[in-house]
Design a protein around this ligand. Structure first.
Ligand code: ADP
Length: 461
């Protein structure tokens, strides 16, 4: 017979292993700052790649004219155009479109994929009209957000390291993806060119900065996670004397690879061992949306097997990896009804188990434990970045208003996670300093951000 006591040891062990009290947060923030420094010193110096974005000029609000953005990061690509009107008029108009990429192109040749994208862009550009105006004789300029691993070589070039996320396109790895797209546009007879190649985090920072000069950091918490920030060029030893005129540049941390001092449970270790990239992206596996639901599922499997959490019947569905998504655990946590009816129906619909009130309470606690750890560690990571910036420029971060722009479905749709993240930042900084640090949602800034970076890097300016 199931009773609360029989699940207690599993829950208590989980809560012990996943606890992120202030000393743990402090260690994580310090280690994040130290790993950032090591990655800035030399390539390969740390878990954090600290990739140079070559974005040395951020949007100011003065940008004017018509610019395009292209976002390729999954099974859809998105195109957008924006007419910018300068300080007063700002965003005069925007339009966007989304095209899904046929399965066969994900396994085809590089030429076929880029021809498809170029022709999509061309069709979208043909529909331009109304409030959108391109001065006579100009080429349309594009900010290209490309969310695959790239070795950036300048603001408008970058070598594809490898395709990920189900793409297996032949002939692109080792090539400059901007040339691939520009050549495809030439083949199609499209008069457009890429003037900025942008990581999605960098696009978010640029998009948020356009509206607010105090934005210094951008963080994405969606399926995966990443962060970037504005760095002083003289704090980047590996740049070896290359100067930017502004003296600042955006650094893409690739912080998902961080792994120092994280509180992990046996369930995290099993999930990592069973993953396609064991030993990699440990921070991402602890805090991001792809994994939170799966960690919870693994705990529930053990509770069902060892202590009959859902009675004597087991469910094949419960044994299916990734069947329980982070949106499900977010929905379960938001159930504040006395009998936890929403928890019961999600358990029933998604993993095919019956649950009594005691089981539902336990499930709620498991969701809370995993979301709390994720949110608190994400908060500690943010403070690690701020701390590193503050150490190099006394008072410039903590002594005035500083904004961290947040985006991604996890941050947007999981209120408990968001609160745990903010709690951790407040605990680490204390009530006085945390008044200056504003953590705010910047919705879909990255598309416009890429177009803004096309504007700041326009060949006509
Ligand atoms: P991307 O896949 O590019 O990261 P998003 O930023 O939209 O796209 O994030 C999608 C992710 O956000 C999902 O994989 C999921 O983990 C998380 N998510 C979506 N909806 C919710 C929700 N209601 N509650 C919690 N997490 C959610």
């Amino acid at each position: 017979r199931s009773n609360l006591l029989s699940f207690a040891p599993i829950l208590i062990n989980l809560q012990r292993d996943c606890a992120a009290p202030l000393p743990v947060l402090r260690h994580v923030a310090d280690a994040m700052a130290a790993d950032m420094r090591a990655g800035l010193a030399v390539d390969g110096g740390s878990d954090l790649k600290m990739i140079l974005s070559y974005v040395d000029n951020l949007p100011t609000g003065n940008e004017k004219g018509l610019f395009y953005a292209l976002d390729l990061g999954g099974t859809n690509f998105r195109v957008l155009r924006v007419q910018l009107g300068g300080k007063e008029e700002r965003v005069v108009a925007t339009e966007f479109d989304q095209v899904s990429i046929p399965q066969e192109l994900m396994f085809g040749t590089s030429e076929a994929l880029f021809d498809f994208i170029a022709s999509g862009l061309a069709k979208f550009a043909q529909k331009e009209g109304g409030k959108f105006h391109l001065p006579h004789g100009r080429t349309r300029e594009i900010g290209f957000t490309f969310s695959f691993p790239v070795k950036q070589t300048s603001i408008d070039s970058g070598i594809l390291i490898k395709w990920t996320k189900g793409f297996a396109v032949s002939g692109t790895a080792g090539k400059d993806v901007v040339s691939c797209l520009n050549e495809a546009m030439q083949r199609q007879g499209t008069d457009m060119r890429v003037s900025a190649l942008v990581n999605d985090t960098v696009g978010t920072l640029a998009g948020a900065r356009y509206w607010d000069d105090d934005v210094m950091v951008a963080v994405i918490l969606g399926t995966g996670t990443n962060a970037c920030y504005v760095e002083r060029v003289d704090s980047i030893p590996k740049l070896e004397g290359q100067k930017s005129i502004s003296g600042r540049t955006i650094v893409n941390t690739e912080w998902g690879a961080f792994s120092n001092g994280l509180p992990l449970s046996e369930f995290d270790r099993q999930m990592d061992a069973d993953s396609i990239n064991p030993g990699e992206q440990i921070f991402e596996k602890t805090i991001s949306g792809m994994y939170l639901g799966e960690i919870v599922r693994r705990v529930l499997v053990q509770m069902a097997e060892d202590a009959d959490l859902f009675g004597e019947h087991t469910s094949a569905k419960l044994s299916t990896p990734f069947i329980l998504g982070t949106p499900h655990i977010s929905a379960m946590q938001q159930d504040s009804s006395k009998n936890l009816e929403a928890v019961g129906s999600i358990l029933n619909d998604v993993v095919g188990v019956d649950s009594n009130i005691n089981a539902r309470k336990i499930v709620w606690e498991v969701c809370d434990t995993i979301a709390k750890r994720g949110g608190r560690l994400a908060g500690a990571g943010i403070v690690g970045i701020l701390q590193k910036m503050e150490e190099d420029s006394k008072g410039v971060i903590y002594g005035k208003r500083t904004v961290v722009a947040m985006d991604g479905g996890l941050y947007e749709h999981y209120p408990h996670y968001r609160k745990y993240l903010q709690d951790a930042v407040n605990e680490l900084l204390g009530s006085e300093l945390s008044k200056n640090i504003v953590i705010e949602h910047s919705k879909d800034g990255s598309g416009i951000g890429a177009a803004l970076l096309a504007a700041t890097n326009s060949k006509y300016e």
